[in-house]
Structure formats: structure tokens, C-alpha cells
Design a protein. Structure first.
Lengths: 243, 301
């Protein structure tokens, strides 16, 4: 990919207390790309995304977004610059209505016309949300909550969307539908970083991927190459290499 | 019957004051899961500031009772809101990442500090509000003689509570406050500056608490530096009764507590009126551990 770099992570170190969980990792995401980060439980995938969003602070190294460093900014400023996240476990505001959740997604935007347009787009992407506007988010099904979390994140009109295991706990058919929607979202110009344990689905969707193991990036390649890689097949694709 | 309605209106007025104070406890608990023990002292501060501003600026002489008291209320609420903001910056914000117990200790310390500051400035003796501020009019409603002031206290409290409720429910910032109370991390991912939300909560709650202090001063005519203790405890009880963290809960809890207390004092025993109020609290919590309107269990602290 020779497109313009949108997001760049350089030698990023993250610690929780004394325990270092990310060891000088490097990532590059080009504008318009879908990049996936694969890894087992505890590899540091969520930590990486949380650090990108400023919810966890970088211990060392740097994060550049649109060529400016953002790793010292507070989380709310990072959202304003165009990075939105669908966090692990969805974290919709359960006692607020679907519409209120959507409105909160647009908290950083002040342009009413643009907000209206984005909202219409989101309700087109996820018609079920439009039907349930006045329902409390906590009463939605898991799949609907995931759609709401994605819709809510898109309301800030981000340049880049970070998703942390959007397929978790969803039926295969629904995963397919949501990944199809992610493709549409990407086609409309939003760059995507997708953290997944469902490596097969993620690699089918993504252009490129990174493999994170115990806080180190151990592999980086195009999706096709990763799918063909015996190591990846053994560890993340359920040993498909044995055919 | 006459006594019943007298007690009812009295209970409603006192209860609405409890409710105003309870809102401060419940809002801070909502976003920080912390009991702001210093809240009752901000209430006291409101009562004293009201007295000082009233006498030093002779507002009611210059502007008449209506505008005088209105301007006075705005000033008291403004100053107490500033005190609340300062309290957050000095006593709580530095401890945001610390264990919860540190913040609880800091809250107790702030409470003692404020109470002693009021005592040092104003002295330990009881002070008296000028008695000619509010009209002594007695209204004849449905065959009852009810002091106008009582109706005013109730109405003004209800107006402020309605205003707060609409602000929290209908506005963008109000929704952000609710979001921060549910999940601070997710709220930050929406681009909400949670520290500013907390600061705002520390201004809203105390401004209502300060207004309550002013009303107590005007209604009962006297203030002393320990007055926050009793009112704070009642308001805190009211917040728990309604379900701590829940804004309509604090309103309902406060008014209910005021009425129960007034009825208990009239029909059971005046000396036991506090005990009756707490007994009701215990009974309700046995039946509904989360309070009347609470969804979440009041965990920790
Ligand atoms: N708040 C925290 N405090 C201390 N350690 C943490 C914290 N969050 C995560 N960790 C540790 O950091 C490491 C990486 O966790 P992380 O949640 O980033 O993994 P992950 O790749 O997202 O895993 P999963 O697939 O299970 O979601 C783990 O060892 C975890 O125990
Ligand atoms: Mg994770």
C-alpha cells in the first residue's frame, strides 16, 4: 500500500503499574485501509487500541495521527481529531435510549446538518436501530448493541474507526452481516483498525494484518500472505494447513 | 384533619429542602461513586453567605423583597458553586486515580475544614436572619391557614428541581453527565471531558445546596455552624431512600422523608421524629435495597 500514512505507532511501550504489556511495538495504517490486529487472549490488543484512544497512557514511544503526535493528548481531544473506538464489550450506555447513545456519539460535532446526515446514514446501515430509537440500550440484544456501538462511534464522523472484537458473542450469520457493513463503512472513506480473535473473518475483510504475541508484533503482512502463512494457520486459523 | 394538612404542607416544605440538598449527594455519587461529606458544609456556607450578603448589601431595602431575595439567591448559589468547584480541584481531583478510601478521607477532612472555617469567621454562636425580609402573610387555602413562606419554599424548590431535571434529561451536557455516571471510559470515548463533567456536578449540586441553606435561614430565621450536620444527614438519608445516584430518587426521597418526619412528630412523638425517619429508611431498604428508584446497588464506600 503506497497510500498516505494516517496513523503511525513508533516504538510504543505501555505499562500497567510495573508490568510492561506492550514492548516497543510499531504499526502503520494508511488512509482508506482496513488493518487487522490478531492475537491470543492477553496479547495486548485491547491495550493497543485503548492507548491509541488515549484511555491508557503511553509509557514510551509515540503515536502520530495525520502527522501530529497525539499520545500526550487527553482522550476527548483525540476523538475530536477523528479517532473513534468501538470498545471491547460494546459499552453502550445501557440506561440511556438508543437515540441518546447516538446523540452522545456526536458529542464533539456542533454542525447540526452534518449530524443529521450522519444519523440518517447510520439508521440506513442499521435499520433495526431506527426502529428501536426510544428503547433503552441495555434492553437490546447483543448483536443490536454491537450495531449501536458501531453507529455511535461513527456519529463523530471519524477518519479512523477502531474496533475491538466486534464479532464477540455473535452468531456467525450476524458476524457476516456486521463485517459486510464494515466493508461499506470503509468504502465510504473511513479507515478501519480491527482487533479480532476471529482471524478468518478478519483477514477476509482486511487488506493487511499484524500479529501480536505477548506484547510484541511478530508478523506483519498482507491478508493473503498471512492467510497462507503456516504459522498463522496453525495458531489462528485452526490448523487449516493440514487440509 | 386540620393538623394533618398543616403537617403535610410543613413536611412538604422541609422535605423539598432535604431534596435540594440530597441532589448534591446523589449527583456526586453518580459520577464519582463518592459520598461528598463536605456537601453539608457547603449548605451551611450558603446559609451564612446569605446572611452576610443580605445584611451587608441591604438588598431587600434597595430592591424590594422580590428582586432583593432573587438577586441574593443568585449570588449565594454562584458563590457556593465556586466553593464546590474549588473543593473538587483541591480535595478530590488530585485523588482521582487513587484508591477510593483516600477520597473518602479527603471528603471528611474537607468537611471538618469548611465547618471550622465557618466557625472561625462567624463565631460559634447562633446568628439570626433579619425577620422583616419575607412577608408574614398567612394564606387561607381550603379552610386552612398556611404561611405564604411555606408555600414559597415548596414552590421555589420544585422549580429548581424541575429545572435541574430538564437540564439533565434534555440537554447535550445533561446527557453527558448521565453518560459519565454510567461509564466514564465510554464517555471519554465519546469525546466527553469527564473532568469537566465532574467539575460541573460539583457546581450544580452545591449551588442547590447553597440555595437550600439560604431558604433555611429565611424560613427559620436562624443559622449556626453545625446546622449542616442534621440537614446533611437527613438529605443523605433521603438520597439513599430514593436510590443513591438517581436524581428523581433524591427528589422523591427528600420530600417523602420530610412528610414522614412531620407526620411522625405530630402523631407519634416529637422527640422521636429523627428515629422515625431512620426507621422508615431501614424498612424501605429491607424491602428495596437499592432505594425506591435506584437500579444499581449502592456498592462500595
Ligand atoms: N487495567 C489493567 N491493569 C493491569 N493489567 C492489565 C490491565 N488491562 C490489561 N492488563 C494486562 O495486560 C495484558 C494485555 O491485556 P489486553 O486486554 O490488552 O489483551 P487482549 O489482547 O485484548 O486480550 P483479549 O483477547 O482477552 O481481549 C494482559 O496480560 C492483561 O492481564
Ligand atoms: Mg481485548
Amino acid at each position: 500500500m503506497d497510500n498516505k500514512t494516517l496513523l503511525e505507532v513508533v516504538d510504543l511501550v505501555v505499562k500497567y503499574g510495573n508490568i510492561e504489556v506492550l514492548h516497543r511495538i510499531n504499526l502503520r495504517v494508511g488512509e482508506g485501509e482496513i488493518v487487522t490486529i490478531l492475537g491470543a487472549n492477553g496479547a495486548g490488543k485491547s491495550t493497543t487500541l485503548l492507548t491509541l484512544s488515549g484511555l491508557v497512557k503511553a509509557g514510551a514511544g509515540a503515536i502520530y495521527f495525520d502527522r501530529t503526535s497525539i499520545h500526550k493528548l487527553p482522550a476527548h481531544d483525540i476523538v475530536k481529531r477523528g479517532i473513534a473506538q468501538v470498545p471491547e464489550g460494546r459499552r453502550v450506555f445501557g440506561t440511556l435510549t438508543v437515540q441518546e447513545n447516538i446523540n452522545l456519539g456526536a458529542f464533539v460535532c456542533r454542525d447540526a446538518a452534518a449530524i443529521q446526515k450522519t444519523q440518517e446514514w447510520i439508521y440506513e446501515l442499521f435499520p433495526v436501530l431506527a426502529e428501536r430509537r426510544q428503547q433503552l440500550a441495555g434492553t437490546l440484544s447483543g448483536g443490536e448493541q454491537q450495531m449501536l456501538a458501531i453507529g455511535r462511534a461513527l456519529m463523530s464522523q471519524p477518519k479512523i474507526l477502531l474496533l475491538d472484537e466486534p464479532s464477540l458473542g455473535l452468531a456467525p450469520l450476524l458476524v457476516k452481516a456486521i463485517f459486510q457493513t464494515l466493508r461499506e463503512i470503509n468504502a465510504s472513506g473511513v479507515t478501519i483498525v480491527l482487533v479480532e480473535q476471529n482471524a478468518r473473518a478478519a483477514l477476509r475483510l482486511a487488506h493487511r494484518g499484524y500479529v501480536l504475541e505477548l506484547g510484541n508484533i511478530v508478523l506483519e503482512d498482507s491478508s493473503q500472505a498471512l492467510m497462507a502463512n503456516p504459522k498463522v494457520q496453525a495458531a489462528y486459523l485452526g490448523g487449516e494447513s493440514t487440509r | 384533619m386540620e393538623q394533618f394538612f398543616q403537617q403535610l404542607t410543613n413536611g412538604l416544605a422541609v422535605g423539598s429542602i432535604y431534596a435540594l440538598i440530597a441532589l448534591g449527594y446523589t449527583m456526586v455519587y453518580g459520577v464519582l461513586k463518592l459520598i461528598n461529606f463536605a456537601h453539608s458544609d457547603l449548605f451551611t456556607l450558603g446559609a451564612y453567605l446569605g446572611l452576610t450578603l443580605l445584611t451587608s448589601m441591604s438588598l431587600t431595602d434597595r430592591l424590594g423583597p422580590v428582586w432583593g431575595v432573587l438577586i441574593l439567591a443568585v449570588m449565594v448559589m454562584g458563590f457556593v458553586a465556586l466553593a464546590g468547584a474549588l473543593l473538587d480541584r483541591v480535595a478530590y481531583r488530585p485523588l482521582r486515580e487513587s484508591p477510593r478510601l483516600s477520597a473518602v478521607v479527603s471528603a471528611l477532612g474537607a468537611s471538618i475544614f469548611l465547618q471550622n472555617t465557618v466557625m472561625l469567621i462567624y463565631g460559634a454562636r447562633l446568628l439570626v436572619y433579619p425577620s422583616n425580609i419575607l412577608p408574614k402573610t398567612v394564606l387561607h387555602l381550603f379552610g386552612l391557614d398556611i404561611p405564604l413562606v411555606r408555600i414559597l419554599v415548596l414552590c421555589v424548590s420544585l422549580i429548581m428541581m424541575t429545572g435541574l431535571y430538564l437540564f439533565i434529561q434534555k440537554t447535550r451536557i445533561g446527557t453527558a453527565i448521565r453518560a459519565a455516571a454510567i461509564d466514564q471510559g465510554a464517555a471519554r470515548l465519546m469525546g466527553i471531558d469527564v473532568n469537566r463533567v465532574i467539575l460541573l456536578v460539583f457546581m450544580l449540586g452545591p449551588s442547590l445546596g447553597g440555595a437550600a441553606g439560604l431558604m433555611v435561614g429565611l424560613y427559620y430565621g436562624q443559622v449556626n455552624f453545625t446546622m449542616g450536620w442534621g440537614y446533611g444527614l437527613k438529605a443523605f438519608t433521603a438520597a439513599i431512600l430514593g436510590g443513591i445516584g438517581n436524581i428523581p430518587g433524591a427528589m422523591v426521597g427528600g420530600i417523602l422523608l420530610g412528610v414522614i418526619e412531620a407526620m411522625g412528630a405530630a402523631y407519634l412523638s416529637f422527640a422521636w421524629k429523627d428515629a422515625i425517619a431512620f426507621l422508615v429508611l431501614i424498612l424501605i431498604l429491607i424491602v428495596r435495597p437499592t432505594g425506591l428508584l435506584g437500579e444499581r446497588v449502592a456498592e462500595k464506600v
